[in-house]
Design a protein around this ligand. Sequence first.
Ligand code: ATP
Length: 634
Amino acid sequence: MSEQQTESAETDDSIGEKLVELAKRRGYFFQSSGAYGGVGGFYTFGPQGAALKGNVEDAWRDRFAVAEGNMEIDAPTIMPEPVFEASGHLDGFDDMLVECPDCGESHRADHIVEDNTEYEDAESLPIPEVEEVIAEYELVCPNCGTGLAGQAVETFNLMFGTNIGPGDSQPGYLRPETAQGIFVEFPRLKEYARNQLPFGVTQIGRAYRNEISPRRSIIRTREFTQAELEFFIDPETDEPDLSAVADVEVRLYPASEQTAESAAQRAAEEASGDGEEPREGGEEIRTTIGDAVAEGVIASPWVAYFLGVAKRWYDAVGVDMDRFRFRQHLAGERAHYASDCWDAEGELDGNWIELAGFSDRGDYDLSKHAAHSEDRFTVFRQYDEPKTVERATVDPDMSYLGPEFGGDAQAVVSELETLAERDRAAFEGDNVTIELDGESHELPTEKTGFAVEEQTEAGEHIIPHVIEPSFGVDRLVYTVLHHAYREDEVDGEDRTYLELDPEVAPTFVGVFPLQNDDELEATANDIVADLRDAGLSVTYDDSGNIGRRYRRQDEVGTPFCVTVDYETLEEREAQRASDTASGDAPRAEAATVTVRERDTTAQKRLPVSELPEIMADLRAGELAFEDLDGKNES
Ligand code: ATP
């Protein structure tokens, strides 16, 4: 049973390829609808993957909903068209598409440019410029190598459309982000928050994007899971508790450093050939959240707060902190309404991949829904002291407006109200001019009932600002697996194992009877039941030799394995015999089993009766395997 671990080495190239193969073989994830040839961009999470994903989601919920005191909701994934008209997705949720003239494959034009030139942010370039870059660099189809110069680059909306009910009278869309389900319900959600800012609403659920070229397995798919928090604040009065995260160490890659790096790269290319050494580019900054805010590296204290919380959380679920950073969006990359935006990035096979976005979205989302709907997207901000303010009002003479403007009289009243609020000077002369349907109309000022009055106000209605941490769950699952992937040699044989954090590992314990023997199997099954009663996820395996069973569990990342052998049975019998001889009630406490730790392959004999408690403590991180008293096995 004992194993010899001789070498520990991590391969760092093409782990992705090995991982995808392992994921399929061991039930983490695989392309969906394989029986019908599969379809690009859709993946099924198998038993291990679904469990890992569920654990990651639970950990996210514990942190971002429960521990932060935010509310969680669960909104539909299909929403009617007006939602996306208001949000801007209908007009602007586009990617750049270029089609190969030879093989007909569609590609993201900006990705082709970014992958093959020094441009880092091609998404922000105007289409004609992208076409020029493709021609200038003679870029080719990644599928068949045909030149793409001269091919039109077009915009392609990423939303999946559908019809709600029979016929096509009510178009709908599968949501491209979970966020809109929160924004549109704001008028009700603020009531649940007793109309008090700040408050946060979370949602974990599916999002759909008809990606032009889904790639890298579950990193870019057409259906994926997001975990989003929309945190509503009063920008003038609310401040985060930065002291809670001030000492969190972070690796930041600000926009200014990225710009410096691109400039350095271009300079190096221009200088190449003349013997000059390429100049170093921009550098990442290693600092703390507290210092980053104090020094203005992160402009928004709210964004900084969530970066700090997220960094700790990513660490806890098993992202390798040596391969993790926050990168600020470049000015062109950022949505026009966002004042600051940072991405959490994980390094995978030498590439930095976006795992989450953290942005200060201002009042953009709620203002848009307020403008497009009848509902109220404001919160009342109470002043410390009531304020006396001057208000310009109108009280038009309807006996004049009626005959003069007929059916438009009410519209004239609204125009006058708006004008009085906006421009008091317009009422200074004998006549007032208003615009109605593009036409100017004059009317005597005395008929408007214009007056400036003093009013006492207790507060005002404001549209809250939104801070949005938006996490991709699938990309995180992939990153956790990638960062946990290890290869070493045990007993002269190659071994692959996943060093998954116990909090997220799909299975915590594997229990094996040493051989196919009724008594060993019955005892092993009793142990399985006891461990499950203790709330642990357990798998029972009696097929193949013990070495193979260990390898299987290593490959799915099970932190511990328990083997029941004949020693277990003998110890139990001996205890029973001695209890019977001494007149005590028979016990089985003295029986032990072999417990083997995944990462070190170290083995210890531990008492069966204490297993549930020990295992629960190991999972909770309250106990370390090496500190356990137990007979070590070599
Ligand atoms: P990208 O630039 O990679 O397309 P994005 O900036 O459009 O991503 P967001 O809209 O900010 O992504 O979505 C938040 C998170 O959702 C991303 O950080 C990512 O983890 C995840 N995500 C977005 N698109 C996909 C996708 N097609 N497949 C899997 N996850 C995705």
